[in-house]
Design a binder for this molecule. Sequence first.
Ligand SMILES: [Zn+2]
Length: 254
Amino acid sequence: MRPVNGKVCSVCGEIVLSSYADLEPDGQRRCPVCRRIERPFSRAVAYGSYDGGLRELIHLLKYNGVRPAANVLGRMLAEAIAALESSFPRQLAFTPEPIALIPVPLFKARHRQREFNQAELIARAALKCQPLQGRLYLAQDLLRRTRDTHSQIGLTSHQRRENMRGAFAVPRPAEITGREGLLVDDVYTTGTTVTECAKILRRAGASRVWVATVARTLKLASNQGTFQGFNVAEFQGASTEQPENSETLQPEKP
Ligand SMILES: [Zn+2]
């Protein structure tokens, strides 16, 4: 398991080059993309890098249906969420009322076929972990996937956004209006999926949306050959096999 180490963007969690490593006046560190655009989520965190053992563990759950893997992944997610909370200044910390934990939904045909939603299993397992008990509740069905989406492989960032547009809905906005939500998924790849989900939740009235995933692909690594000991050969090998609803490893073109 490789935790994300090195300097990362305070907003999206991407590793930043040293030229972007300085903190901005508000005390945040932002990658080039987050300096240019405003994300619909306040912050995205991940437990570790999407490779090696962590990637295998996620695949065990997702494609081999080894459900107990969700318990381990849930503990990691709980750690990521705890880090998310503790890294914020006091006034920005979570409100005292419980926060909606919202797993990124699957389209119902996909859900039936797989028999479970990995994001939901991981979220359920995380809720059982000590630091999160009573602070979050599972908001199942708050967010719905209203249509299936094509694979994101090889799409430009514009095409990915088009692909996701209208794929999610909040059937009962009153449940999130004026409240904070924490989106949960197994992997953050390009962020297109969680960005679209966060946008829909904000439109439904959510005051703030956070994102926590178990793993994250670190795109800078693939652009630069090696970056802080990152094994790029393995990383690139990993990228040839794409989960069906995963996103491409193409560098972000904002
Ligand atoms: Zn960023």
